[in-house]
Design a protein around this ligand. Structure first.
Ligand code: ZN
Length: 198
């Protein structure tokens, strides 16, 4: 076989299916790993199998962590009454990189879609509503992507929330059709600071 052996081919094929890679990058990654100091690839393999064992969704907010309840949910300094709703864990991590938000999160894991048969229950919306009382939430920030699906989901949640809560959305800076994870940290921070009533 021209490109390594069967295992090497299988590794390249597996990496090529990952987001942001593809066959060409996968080949480069594998060749570079094989060419490096012995031990580096084994270390990577060990880390991957450890993370595969320990990584899980926080049962409260949906953030990926190594504990049943993540560090954000258990941090008493973050009991600010502000709850930021995001589509994906990558969005939560993008907001955290901006360091502007000191409240807590709720990760939906997607958006409502009749086409793909994704219901409010699938997105943990009842679980979100159930957090409001016990966690003394006063403001819900709907930090969903500026896509049709994101905004449809935001409106659905806004309608389902009890009266008396402040409901806000991200302000300017999020381009139409924009996905939060692709914004730079400064833009996402500015959009959060200048949030408007929903
Ligand atoms: Zn959490």
């Amino acid at each position: 076989m021209a490109e390594g052996g069967e295992d090497i081919q299988a590794l390249i094929a597996a990496l090529a299916r990952l987001p942001g890679l593809g066959p060409r990058s996968a080949r480069r990654v594998v060749l570079s790993l094989i060419g490096r100091k012995p031990g580096q690839m084994a270390q990577l393999a060990t880390l991957m199998s450890r993370v595969a064992e320990t990584a899980r969704a926080c049962t409260r907010c949906g953030n990926i962590s190594e504990a049943e309840i993540c560090a954000i949910c258990t941090d008493p300094a973050r009991q600010t009454g502000e709850l930021c709703v995001v589509e994906h864990v990558a969005d939560l991590w993008a907001l955290e990189r901006g360091r502007a938000f000191r409240g807590r999160y709720h990760v939906l894991g997607g958006t409502l879609s009749a086409l793909d048969d994704i219901s409010p229950e699938d997105l943990g919306i009842p679980r979100l509503l159930a957090r409001i009382g016990p966690e003394q939430v006063t403001e819900i920030i709907l930090a969903l992507n500026a896509t049709v699906e994101g905004q449809t989901t935001a409106h659905y949640i806004a309608d389902a929330l009890p009266d008396g809560l402040t409901v806000t959305g991200l302000a300017q800076g999020v381009p139409i059709g924009g996905e939060l994870d692709y914004l730079d940290d400064g833009t996402i921070t500015a959009a959060l600071r200048a949030r408007r009533r929903f």
